[in-house]
Design a protein around this ligand. Structure first.
Ligand SMILES: Cc1ncc(COP(=O)(O)O)c(C=O)c1O
Length: 351
């Protein structure tokens, strides 16, 4: 199967002459910068960030740091204001409003559908099988010429499981549009990332984020990895300075703390397994689904009732019981051991 990214991109994007920012026109060192209408007197905020100046539009220093942990070159990376911005840019790059569609596999992360709606893109929904795996037959039957992009969330939010690798490979080998694998929770997974497969699939896009294992949801930084051809088009349409200097500064420093992050991941995974066992021993718990993420999906005898009782006890969970396949299901994020103990104690009171 030959994939020509140029032909997948919307014609208006292919033809677009992108905005040329001051910092992309002049990149070198100089004594005096009077080219970007910044405040030359400085910013009111102390520190070494030079916040009166616009940031690097392509965040090269940060991308080199990311390269050191992901083994992916900067020309295969796009950074976004959270993965959510990356998802929006993808849809706007490849899907023609009023004409094209994306395909999603519910129950899954809600933003794919919302971004489709915002951009007036069709959203074809192929529900997962009862074991929360991909329904390949239904997927093949539902792909028509309008479907330009598939969103596979693995590990999947809110079910917590990885999709079977061979199923994802079957899709990659047979679908000639863009395949997005959202790996927001990959650091907690027993399974390997698809990042090393980038070289083999010019239509593959992998999403990672600083919001989960990296503990930086507040800075809003998402990573998109794809072929240089795809990255080139996304760079054309992204807002010129979409990543602030402070975000880049904090992320660069965080990468130096890889050991701390890895030890937090190990603690989260061990708590996940401990809590799963505790939950299984409760009489009103009907299922605790195996998780490859930092949350667990639990089916209770009455999910909404448990959600409300925990809220009254000061513990906020996520009621997912209205989603397809998820009757009476509640999603709970793994907390610190103390927080998890509180949760289990409060749940035991309901027995
Ligand atoms: C699967 C998945 N993708 C993406 C996101 C959004 O990530 P970000 O904070 O990087 O926008 C989330 C957030 O919950 C998520 O669950």
């Amino acid at each position: 199967m030959v994939i020509d990214v140029d032909n997948l991109v919307r014609k208006c994007i292919r033809d677009l002459k992108p905005y040329s920012s001051a910092r992309s026109e002049f990149k070198g060192e100089a004594e005096i910068f009077l080219d970007a209408n910044e405040n030359s007197f400085g910013s009111p905020v102390e520190g070494s960030w030079h916040l009166n100046r616009y940031p690097d539009p392509l965040q090269l220093r940060l991308k080199e740091k990311i390269q050191s942990i992901k083994n992916i070159t900067p020309d295969q990376m796009l950074l976004g204001n959270g993965s959510d911005e990356c998802i929006d840019l993808l849809v706007r790059c490849f899907c023609e409003p009023g004409k094209d569609s994306i395909m999603i596999f519910p129950p899954t992360y809600g933003m794919y559908k919302v971004v489709g709606g915002i951009n007036n893109i069709g959203v074809v929904e192929v529900p997962l099988l009862p074991n929360f795996q991909l329904d390949l037959d239904a997927t093949v039957q539902s792909i028509d010429e309008t479907v330009k992009m598939l969103f596979l969330c693995s590990p999947n939010n809110p079910t917590g499981n990885n999709f079977v690798r061979e199923d994802i490979e079957a899709i990659l080998n047979n679908f000639d549009g863009i395949v997005v694998i959202d790996e927001a929770y990959i650091n907690y997974s027993r399974h390997k990332s698809f990042l090393p497969e980038l070289a083999d699939y010019p239509n593959l896009v992998v999403l990672h984020t600083f919001s989960k294992a990296w503990g930086l949801a507040g800075i809003r930084l998402g990573m998109l990895f794809a072929s240089p051809a795809i990255i080139g088009y996304l760079n054309k349409i992204k807002p010129p300075y979409n990543i602030g200097s402070h975000t880049a500064f904090i992320a660069t420093n965080a990468i130096a703390q890889l050991e701390l992050i890895n030890s937090q991941i190990r603690k989260t995974v061990s708590e996940r397994e401990r809590i799963s066992d505790e939950l299984r021993s409760l009489s009103f718990v009907e299922a605790v689904y195996t998780s490859d993420a930092n949350f667990i999906l639990v089916k209770f005898r009455n999910g909404t009732d448990v959600f409300n009782k925990m809220k009254d006890a000061g513990i906020i969970l996520r009621d997912r019981s209205k989603e397809v396949l998820l009757e009476n299901c509640v999603r709970l994020t793994i907390g610190t051991p103390e927080e998890n103990e509180r949760l289990i104690d409060e749940l035991k009171k309901l027995s």
